[in-house]
Write a protein that binds this ligand. Structure first.
Ligand code: G6P
Length: 510
């Protein structure tokens, strides 16, 4: 393994993600500190990387500076600099106002701007270069998520010796939606620089395979895509209007099969959490005490309901509030016996759609509290803040009902975190069918969040569940989350990546 003095280019394992696991934060007084980065990607990957002596290439979360590489918790962290313009165009623009809404089934309208695309290409190139510098000969490089879909291709051009994996943490949309993207072919080709492409659900992998056929005119067979070995810089041989979109499903003979074609696999690898670590935190006496304190501070209600998300329009927060408000209006639950704690962590605060959502959520919370609260008690406790894992575990322990109502969600790790913390086999999970987690947690109250009546019924049933039924459901979900944890996810992916014949090996065979 590489040590602190490792020379550049010596790492056997390199993770490339938009974010480093730590964010560099400048306090108002100018002091600099490092804080754990937001979101599911970092919380899943961080435990995987600990102890691997690998390198992690990523961005610190602020513009115009790239601190020197630092060694932290057995990882070599390599900051990539983004200028203020690049933060606007690559991160807030193309990543989070084009790709994010597009890949989440256009819940918000994606914007297409050529200047954003150009920044995306330039920044992806910078990440690919940084990864190429860190990776030793024949190393494995694991590229993460929608912000970096061009990196696999750019990396393969520079370093054909590498074994390249890619994992998409968010959904991959159906072709009719993906086809809106003016740069759909470049994205597909960028991704196909990898040896193995991982998606959350089989449906995402299937959507991607279809995009390979339709947007790039390639042939696929099962989970494999046949990629002709074009020389870099040459026009794509399959990009003619005749070929594009008409290619056969299984090597119909339309594309001549050259002996040195690469085969790229696209398959489902549902991500998870460090389940044992979460349970361990939840079992700490001080965390249990904190959860009692939270219930006391809420006024010892009979039922505590909880929502935990980044403040994002994909999470169905307004649908959740609508249903809860109506349940109160109908008198099926009432305040102060029932209390909803709504943790909505600040996210992408300069992106217009997020600002609009924040206003709508805050108006809606205010309205419910105004209509159904009384002096000393509010039916919704809204927290626009983020918390460390210990406080999260205490909140999960304090909650009788967990509400996950995403309109579209790659996985949703919050659902799994709640289950992992409920070691007493109590509590109920209301879970949107539009999450990856719903494929695994069938014993939840699975809902369509657009169906407000159905959501209201599920919330009410979950709030009034009998202990025996709660135990039966929770036990089966806990079994799943315990067994399929994040170590197993990473192990399965990396084993599969190790079995893919990479570019170097194929060349040796011929
Ligand atoms: C999701 C994405 C991640 C992202 C996270 C937080 O989980 O899949 O790639 O890091 O959200 O979003 P942010 O824009 O703050 O990195």
């Amino acid at each position: 393994g590489a040590s602190q003095q490792a020379p550049i280019g010596d790492y056997d394992f390199v993770v490339v993600a938009n974010r480093l696991p730590l964010d560099r934060v400048e306090e108002p007084n100018g002091e600099v500190s490092w804080r754990r980065s937001p979101g599911g990607l970092v919380s899943a990957l961080e435990p995987v990387m600990r102890g691997t002596s690998g390198a992690w290439v990523g961005w610190t979360g602020s513009a115009d500076e790239a601190p020197e590489p630092l060694d932290e918790a057995d990882m070599h962290l390599v900051p990539v600099a983004l200028s203020e313009d690049e933060v606007r165009n690559y991160y807030e623009g193309f990543s989070n106002a084009t790709l994010w809404p597009l890949y989440h089934d256009v819940i918000a309208t994606p914007e297409f701007h050529r200047a954003w695309w150009e920044a995306y290409v330039a920044v992806n190139r910078r990440f690919a270069e940084a990864a190429a510098q860190q990776a030793g000969t024949g190393a494995s490089v694991w590229v993460q998520d929608y912000q970096l879909q061009l990196v696999p291709g750019m990396l393969r051009e520079r370093r054909p010796d590498l074994r390249i994996g890619f994992f998409n943490h968010i959904p991959f949309p159906g072709y009719e939606i993906f086809a809106q993207l003016p740069w759909r072919r470049q994205i597909v080709q960028g991704l196909l620089g990898a040896d193995l492409l991982g998606f959350q659900r089989q449906g995402d992998a299937t959507n991607f395979l279809r995009a390979c056929r339709r947007a790039a005119g390639l042939t696929t067979k099962g989970s494999l895509v046949r990629v002709p070995r074009g020389k870099p810089g040459e026009p794509d041989p399959f990009d003619s209007p005749i070929r594009g979109g008409r290619s056969g499903r299984s090597g119909s003979g339309e594309n001549p099969e050259a002996a040195d074609d690469r085969l790229v696999r696209a398959a489902a690898f549902p991500i998870s959490i460090d389940s044992a670590a979460f349970e361990e935190i939840a079992r700490r006496p001080e965390v249990k005490e904190r959860s009692a304190e939270i219930r006391a501070a809420l006024g010892q209600p009979e039922v505590v309901l909880l929502g935990v998300d980044r403040l994002d329009y994909t999470k169905g927060i307004l649908h959740r509030l609508k249903a809860y408000g109506e349940v109160l209006a109908d008198g099926r639950l009432s305040s102060p016996e029932a209390v909803l704690v709504l943790v909505a962590s600040p996210s992408r605060e300069r992106v217009a759609q997020y600002q609009l959502l924040r206003d709508e959520v805050e108006v809606t919370v205010g309205r419910i509290n105004g209509d159904y609260g009384e002096v000393g008690s509010a039916p919704v406790h809204y927290l626009h803040q983020s918390y460390p894992p210990e406080e999260m575990a205490a909140l999960y322990l304090a909650a009788d009902v967990m509400l996950v109502t995403s309109l579209r969600d790659g996985m949703n790790l919050v659902a799994k975190e709640y289950v992992a913390c409920r070691y007493e086999e109590t509590g109920a999970l209301v879970l949107s069918e539009f999450t990856g987690a719903a494929d695994e947690l069938g014993s939840a109250f699975v809902v369509n969040p657009h169906d407000i009546d159905g959501l209201k019924d599920a919330i009410t049933r979950a709030a009034k569940i009998a202990p025996a039924e709660a135990r039966r459901r929770m036990r089966s979900m806990r079994r799943r989350v315990r067994e399929y944890d994040v170590a197993r996810w990473a192990g399965t992916f990396l084993d599969a990546l190790g079995r893919e014949p990479n570019a170097g090996q194929l060349a040796e065979q011929t």
